[in-house]
Design a protein. Structure first.
Ligand code: FE2
Length: 171
């Protein structure tokens, strides 16, 4: 389950409801979709096309609900792991402060990652996401993203427009 780390006062939040409230207060949507619907036979790292389709099918009702609420048009599954070709090049695009012209919408299937959130006028928050966590970082919200030490994550992504996910750097 997601945890929040407030850098300024070194405060850790681990309670799921509190995570939702804290993120909601800065306009970031957090939901706990959980892992009980996850297909049982996923490979540990790189998912094949059939496994990706199984993940999308398992969470189709949740995807449909969020898409209807927010106007997302497409969904896919991305998988990154230590052997992913050009992993460092890919990660370097998103580990600097940036924003997008579309929401950044992620549901974590496997692995972990950290969105660092920079709300205007508010404290910086490191939001570590685990399997079963869903987050929407709104368009134009300044953030960056890194993997954890095990360098692997599989996530569902929802898009209004795939082109909207280009990073626009802040500094
Ligand atoms: Fe981003």
């Amino acid at each position: 389950m997601a945890t929040l780390w407030f850098r300024a006062d070194q405060r850790l939040v681990t309670d799921t409801a509190e995570v939702g409230r804290e993120l909601g207060a800065i306009g970031v949507t957090y939901e706990r979709w959980g892992t009980t619907k996850m297909p049982a036979n996923l490979s540990s790292r790189a998912l094949g096309d059939a496994e990706k389709q199984a993940v999308l099918a398992a969470f189709a009702p949740d995807i449909a609900r969020r898409s209807a609420q927010c106007g997302y048009k497409t969904a896919d599954v991305v998988t990154l792991y230590p052997d992913t070709p050009n992993l460092d090049v890919m990660l370097a695009k998103f580990d600097k402060k940036h924003g997008h012209t579309d929401d950044e919408v992620r549901f974590v299937v496997q692995g972990r990652g950290v969105f660092t959130l920079f709300p205007e006028g508010g404290p910086v928050i490191d939001a570590e996401l685990h399997p079963g966590d869903f987050i929407t970082v709104p368009k134009d919200f300044t953030h960056h993203f890194v993997l954890c030490a095990d360098r692997q994550i599989t996530a569902i992504r929802l898009f209004t427009d795939v082109g909207g996910w280009v990073a626009h750097y802040r500094d």
